[in-house]
Design a protein around this ligand. Sequence first.
Ligand code: AMP
Length: 261
Amino acid sequence: MYENIPDKVTNIIVTGKSGAGKQPRIDVLVEEFDLEQLSTGNIFRSYLGKFNDHGYSGDIGQFWQEDQFVPDEEIAKELKTQDPDVILGMKAKYFVDRGLFVPDFITNELFRAYFSRKNYRDQVLDGYPRTLDQAEFLMKLLEEEDSRVDFILWVDNDDEMIVERTVNRRICPDCGKVYHLVYKPPRDGKCEVCDVEVVQRSDDTEEKIRSRLGEFKEKVIPAMKYLEEQGIPIARVPGHLEDFTPENVRKSVLSSVNKIF
Ligand code: AMP
């Protein structure tokens, strides 16, 4: 039925506005091609969690001055820790909580560290790259490591639909499973897999969502255009399906991927 799709791919990029509905499509790709998910958003949130666990009640705005962070030694002194993960968590929080992209120099190095542990292969890249600089960094890395991205899956959705979906989004803090207060409510407010209380992401407020949508238009679209010019095909899928069942999501993803090969 999907005769053009190769059995084996090396890496796939999944892109789309924040809240467009990427996760169910990523689940399809992970299963279909036997890949793992590498999500920069999840990585940043794990560091953010380390900073939150450390417990600091001061204003972290003081650490960002004239478009850069003050030296790490100063941050360490004020936070009363030398733990680099906590310091990185503070830096991530500064941007994530404002609905802004984390600067490229932080994101690229972190991404490289995680991607290298996976030998630069067998990953669904979720939320990376998101800027032209990141896209160029990725292409260079792939070339150096003799790896590749086979295609981009672009999940489309319109802004108003996204705002509605995102303010009602809840996630499991343990496994990352996503719920929706209206369409997929968690039973008793708990994750059906982990039995822990689901939470709202700190950046899932309307103001921050609109800021992320702005970042998408300004930065992600040019990055994807560049990758397309480099010869990576783009398969587009709708993020909103009238009849949202696992089977329909799978069909929609695979039929669109089938068309690009
Ligand atoms: P996500 O879960 O993919 O929506 O990511 C949550 C937040 O993490 C984003 O709003 C950004 O602040 C940050 N983030 C994730 N991936 C990137 C990236 N590739 N570049 C810059 N910031 C990112």
